[in-house]
Design a protein around this ligand. Structure first.
Ligand code: G3I
Length: 305
């Protein structure tokens, strides 16, 4: 196959990208998007601040621009994200206690209901665990509403859109030995044992020199899958260039291909100039939209599966 999406489909997987609504008028960007990818994540437009700027007044304008473009092109959509400590609207940031818990659950219910039937998988909760060696939950206004806020969000999402896969999504959960990885693993294990609805774990997989692709990355994917959930690589980018970067992309792609329940890979942007990273060249296309060595190695790995 000659595109990432077609190559991934050969093994029943998808290959996606994050999309920014304000780039849908860029013909080079849209050309690559339409050609190469079959799954789309809104980079910012489905977040809480974007979709509920004032309490109970929902705004889906930019999110719908992305959803309509993707669906018009026959692409599926990962929803990102229903509940997160970051990118909350101002009105929510100052809330606490039962008021905040109910506002969060209302947000989950309203947004998941609005998009019911259109979302392949939702990142129901994003980045709820702390960095470092504690293995603890991240302190946040949502966490302070009670430790059960995550399962409450998943239950509300299931009720609102029973057809969407429900994912927990986080970063720095790639190395199997990290306390954060272990803590997320134990939460998923607990949810499965108690019947809390969860279908998938998203590994964001933002890699750079400080956080390289770990040697045990495939082990991490497999261990999560062994809990009875799908795993997805949800926000892949890898700093670097040339053959080193190409090898790293190949390794990540191969790790997913080696795990039956790794259902797809999403890169966090199209061209290097579209990346959230202020500088650097972490993506598969250069600023002119040309395929990089990392593109070729990723495509080759998918085609060899
Ligand atoms: O749209 C405004 C613009 O009007 C304003 O002039 C400008 C000035 O700062 O800001 C623009 O908004 C920015 C927005 O991106 C759109 O470009 C925000 O400041 C900026 O904070 C926001 O950054 C996003 C970041 O999440 C916020 O947390 C990145 O684009 C987005 O790629 C990034 O994505 C996250 C995932 O959601 C979760 N995992 C990590 C990943 C990378 O940080």
């Amino acid at each position: 196959a000659t595109t990432l999406a077609a190559a991934a489909q050969q093994s029943g997987r998808y290959f996606g990208t994050a999309v920014a609504a304000n780039r849908l008028s860029d013909s080079t960007y849209v050309g690559i998007l339409n050609r190469e990818f079959d799954m789309v994540t809104a980079e910012n437009e489905m977040k809480m601040d974007a979709t509920e700027p004032a309490q109970n007044r929902f705004n889906y304008g930019n999110a719908d621009r992305i959803v309509n473009h993707a669906r018009g092109q026959g692409k599926r959509i990962r929803g990102h994200a229903l509940a997160w400590h970051s990118q909350q609207p101002a009105w929510m940031q100052s809330m606490s206690g039962t008021t905040l818990r109910n506002a969060m659950l209302n947000h989950v219910t309203q947004v998941a209901t609005y998009y019911r039937g259109k979302i392949y998988a939702w990142d129901v909760v994003n980045e709820a665990f702390a960095d470092g060696s504690s293995g603890a939950r991240r302190d946040s206004n949502l966490q302070r509403t009670g430790n059960d806020w995550i399962e409450a969000a998943f239950r509300a999402a299931r009720a609102a859109d029973p057809g969407a896969k429900l994912c927990y999504n986080d970063y720095n959960t790639d190395d199997w030995t990290h306390a954060k990885t272990q803590a997320v693993y134990r939460m998923v294990q607990d949810f499965k044992s108690r019947g809390v609805p969860i279908d998938c774990v998203g590994l964001q997989s933002h890699f750079n020199n400080n956080s390289p692709v770990p040697s045990n990355y495939q082990t991490t994917l497999q261990n999560f899958a062994n809990l009875g959930v799908d795993v997805q690589i949800t926000e892949l980018d890898i700093e670097g260039s040339g053959s080193t970067q190409a090898q790293n992309y190949q390794r990540v792609t191969q790790a997913c291909l080696n795990v039956a329940r790794c259902t797809g890979i999403t890169v966090w942007g199209i061209r290097d100039t579209d990346s959230w990273r202020a500088s650097g060249t972490p993506l598969l296309f250069d600023g002119n939209g040309n395929k990089k060595a990392a593109y070729n190695s990723t495509l080759a790995a998918l085609n060899a599966a």
